[in-house]
Design a protein around this ligand. Structure first.
Ligand code: AMP
Ligand code: MG
Length: 354
């Protein structure tokens, strides 16, 4: 019998929360003397809230260019929600190869490398599974075990074939770049900004944030990490970082509660086909690359703390892990940049690999 599920209704709040946190904590940028050279806008793109805060000559124009570029990126290349984008056409043409833009081929190649490096914990070919669960979507539900088993037969990153500007997946397979697209959007925003006179910027695309340029007094950016078990607007710690990309994956971002009270979140274990049941509730990854920070935050969430360390090292990335029992583990490279602000609820653990 089909169980009746109720939506948590928290998705939008979760997203807005990230923005408020980042915007609120990054106020160090807002003191610039020439008001007309600042821009601050929020928009919806890639199915999430995009918040843009720029400081420097040409900020208004650059802000609009960034929003347009993120929309373009999604519509033309990455979305799996329509069959018009490159990824959508790969999915619609499963069983054969299709021509794609060189940009998309580059994203798929880099993403597939990370799938392999993480031994499939992060897998961009989970489309058959993610659409079955549809977590955060209109048709979210707990699929039958037999449906999950069947969908699993149509997943596996090794099946994605990329050859120059053509790509394809076998019949029944489909791509879902939901775990990497927002990081790619941060990379694209940086490419635009490098061509402008904007001095510094904070661009937040869902759970991924680009920190660009330098503050005038040379101080680092301050980024709040959301309290995964807190109310909307609460953060549990602050990272002080220079120009870089920061992505968070957590079990609180998209989820629903079934009629029997079980909670199902949106990060799936590619081995079982069910939401990951691990000791982690949130992972934040910092990297020079948005694609890498986004892909790795998802991969690390699936792998757990110990198994994530070699992957982080391979990509010269750093991370903050929050465990179910409210322990916080910070990797060596950013240990001095992290400040725990909610020590009532969370405990900072020593990193064993220090
Ligand atoms: P993120 O918030 O970046 O961790 O991305 C989560 C989104 O990526 C989900 O909403 C799914 O669309 C997709 N996804 C879920 N599990 C995985 C996984 N193990 N590997 C790759 N993508 C995933
Ligand atoms: Mg991700």
């Amino acid at each position: 019998m089909k169980k009746k599920e109720k939506s948590s209704g928290k998705k939008i709040f979760a997203v807005v929360f990230v923005l408020l946190t980042v915007a609120g904590l990054c106020g160090v940028m807002a003191y610039d003397a020439i008001k007309s050279s600042n821009a601050q806008i929020s928009s919806v793109a890639m199915g999430t809230v995009v918040s843009i805060k720029l400081n420097g000559y040409g900020s208004d124009k650059a802000a609009q260019q960034i929003v347009d570029r993120i929309n373009d990126l999604d519509n033309r290349f990455l979305t799996c929600k329509t069959s018009d984008s490159d990824v959508g056409r790969i999915n619609a043409g499963a069983g054969s190869t299709v021509n794609i833009d060189g940009f998309t081929a580059g994203i798929l190649t880099k993403s597939n490398e990370i799938c392999a490096a993480g031994d499939g914990a992060f897998d961009i070919t989970l489309g058959s599974l993610t659409s079955l669960w549809d977590i955060g979507g209109e048709n979210q539900r707990v699929p039958l075990h037999s449906e999950i088993e069947k969908a699993l037969d149509f997943t596996g990153y090794k099946n994605l074939v990329i050859n120059g500007n053509t790509a394809g997946v076998p019949t029944g397979f489909s791509l879902d770049l939901g775990a990497v697209g927002k990081g790619v959007a941060c990379d694209e925003a940086r490419t635009i900004l490098l061509d402008t006179k904007v001095k510094n910027a904070i661009i937040s695309v869902g759970g991924s944030v680009l920190l660009f340029g330098e503050n005038e007094d040379g101080s680092p950016f301050r980024v709040g990490i959301r309290d995964p078990r807190g109310d909307s607007g609460e953060y549990m710690g602050i990272l002080k970082l220079n120009s870089s990309c920061v992505s968070t994956s957590g079990d609180y971002e998209k989820y629903f509660t079934s009629a029997d009270g079980s909670v199902y979140h949106h990060i799936l274990n590619p081995e079982t086909g069910y939401p990951v049941r691990r000791d982690l509730i949130s992972v934040t990854v910092c990297s020079d690359s948005g694609l890498v920070s986004d892909a790795l935050s998802t991969a690390c969430f699936v792998l757990g703390y110990e198994k994530s360390l070699p992957l982080l090292e391979k990509y010269s990335a750093q991370a903050v892990f929050i465990t179910t029992d409210k322990k916080v583990i910070v990797t060596d490279g950013i240990a001095d940049s992290f400040e725990l602000t909610n020590s009532d609820k969370y405990t900072l653990e020593q990193n064993d690999n220090a």
